[in-house]
Design a protein around this ligand. Structure first.
Ligand SMILES: O=C(O)c1ccc[n+]([C@@H]2O[C@H](COP(=O)([O-])O)[C@@H](O)[C@H]2O)c1
Ligand SMILES: Cc1cc2nc[nH]c2cc1C
Length: 356
């Protein structure tokens, strides 16, 4: 008999399988549209991929949701960011007032935006559009202790799952996770090193704007953290609990929940990709449900994308986070669907097909 999983083990359940017949039907349709076969390049592959995710020959992306997960980091005590920790809470207020980059990108495209405050040192207080799930003012400093307790880790994963449930309940056809957390490029880099076994030097980058000396200090901090948790990182979930952050764990939970529900996730930059890598290591079937939006300017991002076999859609030198790179790439996915669904076939248009 298969044992009933504990509710706290929900993330061990596999993803919904892709709908191969819908993908095959979409590929046949692409071959009939009035263009030389393959002439729309990766836009064709995207439409086919979305068809097999949505289980329909003609995929649709009218409704999307962006959830920005915010959290502070104990490792900020080590001087790892160009900005002060207070910015995380201040930016939560800015999201709520509609003044952040992601607020503009969501508004401009008619996309639902919500913010989840998982624990900020500078508590912004209750705000419209901000869900308060504060687990603690910040994670612990992971150079000397696990970033999260087991209970905090479970709650953070569940917060990501709950956001996906709200998105699916509101009829979203695509989910974008954003993050806000001063110091979280250190957490993302440490987590990536813990998962992949790469040296800190390859993963530590400027983040919000450290100079070369700052980046070297950051790499040394990550090396100390890896030494502190050595021997405890074989389980990906445990690596995420020890070296991640509240928002990274929530995003990993959201990746897994999207895959289980059959909701495509458009992955943003360095931090979201590190969380997605943790999610794929925790439950490998999640990979099928991830689309990769952009190549971040953060130098470690290329290694993470390579580990995931991912080819990002755009490369605009972005390094903001908040889900902004994914929001900027969203119109490409929408256009891929519009072309796929709206173009005439050779037969419909009376256009002659390729020789042979
Ligand atoms: O998404 C990215 O690729 C990205 C790259 C560099 C920085 N960020 C953002 O900058 C913040 C973290 O930078 P730092 O230097 O404080 O670790 C955090 O709020 C992220 O959203 C985001
Ligand atoms: C101002 C500011 C906005 C951000 N948005 C995401 N990360 C950020 C970091 C800073 C510093």
């Amino acid at each position: 008999m298969t044992p009933t999983p504990n509710e706290s083990d929900w993330w061990r359940q596999p993803a919904k399988p892709l709908h191969r017949p819908a993908g095959e039907a979409a590929a046949r349709r692409q071959a009939q549209l009035t263009k030389p076969p393959g002439a729309l390049g990766r836009l064709e592959a995207i439409a086919i991929q979305l068809a097999s995710m949505q289980g329909r020959e003609r995929p649709a992306l009218e409704r999307a949701q962006i959830t920005v997960f915010a959290g502070d980091h104990g490792v900020m005590a080590e001087g790892v960011s160009a900005f002060p920790q207070a910015v995380t809470g201040e930016m939560v207020k800015n999201f709520a007032r509609g003044g952040a980059a992601i607020s503009v990108l969501a508004r401009e495209q008619g996309v639902r935006l919500e913010v989840v405050d998982l624990g900020t040192v500078n508590d912004p207080g209750p705000l419209d559009g901000v869900i308060r799930l504060r687990l603690a003012p910040s994670t612990a400093n992971f150079t000397s202790a696990p970033a999260m307790t087991e209970s905090q880790f479970e709650q953070a994963l569940a917060a990501g799952r709950a956001a996906v449930a709200r998105a699916a309940g509101a009829g979203a056809q695509l989910f974008i996770a954003g993050e806000m957390g001063i110091g979280n490029t250190t957490a993302a880099a440490a987590l990536a090193c813990g998962l992949i076994g790469l040296p800190a030097q390859l993963m530590a980058g400027p983040g919000t704007g450290l100079d070369a000396e700052g980046v070297a200090r950051k790499a040394a901090v990550i090396d100390r953290a890896l030494a502190c948790h050595a021997g405890q990182l074989a389980e990906p979930a445990e690596a995420l609990r020890r070296l991640g952050g509240f928002e990274l764990a929530a995003i990993a939970g959201a990746c897994i929940a999207c895959a289980q529900k059959g909701l495509p996730m458009l992955v943003d930059g360095f931090i979201v990709t590190a969380a997605a890598l943790a999610a794929v290591r925790m439950q490998p079937t999640v990979r099928d449900w991830l689309l990769f939006a952009h190549a971040s300017a953060e130098p470690g991002h290329g290694h993470l994308l390579q580990m995931l076999g991912a080819q990002p859609l755009i490369d605009l030198n972005l390094r903001l986070g908040e889900g902004s790179g994914a929001a900027v790439a969203l119109p490409l996915l929408r256009l891929a669907c519009a072309l796929h669904n709206g173009m005439a076939t050779f037969a419909e248009a009376g256009v002659s097909e390729k020789h042979g």
